[in-house]
Design a protein around this ligand. Structure first.
Ligand SMILES: C[S@@+](CC[C@H](N)C(=O)[O-])C[C@H]1O[C@@H](n2cnc3c(N)ncnc32)[C@H](O)[C@@H]1O
Length: 190
């Protein structure tokens, strides 16, 4: 069984949320189109979406580095196990910690990403937006999952604020919502 299938099954068995199949396909298409060199993911789970993105990059033949951030230590341990057996194949670096701290420290280090996939704590998306935009290169792409958050009306309200803030952001353009999975926001930095 290939690693993507293995990690998908493991996520389901462990009850760890993971991107849906149409979202995985959307991410693969975006990655292959933009061929980003520096990819950031917020919310690793046990590594399924990171491996989906890394394998799409491998298919392009271009060099890349993917950093993925996970706060839950147990999940991070599983993710590390999933990544390390394949380190020769996938250039994925796992950061264990709070995304908020990671974003601040990446800004201090003046890191820049040309593709950011936001799949962490939904209530924080709106609070992360300014730091995320700061970390994006000009022409960089932001993809955020679960924009409708149909299962949780309270969170859905917070996500509406995130979408409004992204649409109004002076440094973002082409902000749109794709009606796939649980709603996906995609935006480009000017
Ligand atoms: C939807 S899951 C990620 C699924 C993963 N992207 C995938 O499709 O395989 C969201 C993850 O964000 C993590 N998370 C929640 N709050 C966080 C925070 N403040 N910083 C970093 N990760 C966080 C959760 O522990 C959870 O594993």
């Amino acid at each position: 069984m290939n690693l993507i299938k293995k990690v998908k099954i493991q996520s389901i068995d462990l009850g760890v949320p993971l991107i849906r199949d149409d979202m995985a396909e959307f991410l693969r298409t975006q990655i292959k189109e933009h061929k980003p060199q520096h990819i950031l993911e917020i919310g690793t789970g046990i590594g399924y979406s990171a491996i989906v993105m890394a394998s799409a990059m491998n298919e392009t033949g271009f060099d890349y580095e993917l950093i993925t951030v996970e706060k839950n230590e147990e999940r991070a341990k599983h993710a590390a196990g999933n990544f390390c057996g394949y380190s020769h194949k996938y250039d994925i670096k796992l950061v264990v910690g709070d995304a908020k701290d990671f974003l601040k420290s990446a800004i201090e280090k003046k890191w820049v990403f040309d593709f950011i996939f936001l799949d962490g704590p939904k209530a924080q998306y709106v609070n992360y937006l300014e730091d995320i935009v700061t970390l994006m290169s000009s022409g960089g792409i932001l993809v955020a999952d679960n924009i409708y958050c149909k299962a949780n009306p309270k969170l859905a309200e917070k996500l509406k604020k995130f979408v409004e803030a992204a649409k109004a952001h002076k440094d973002l353009k082409d902000v749109r919502i794709e009606n796939i999975a649980d709603g996906v926001l995609i935006a480009t930095k000017k």
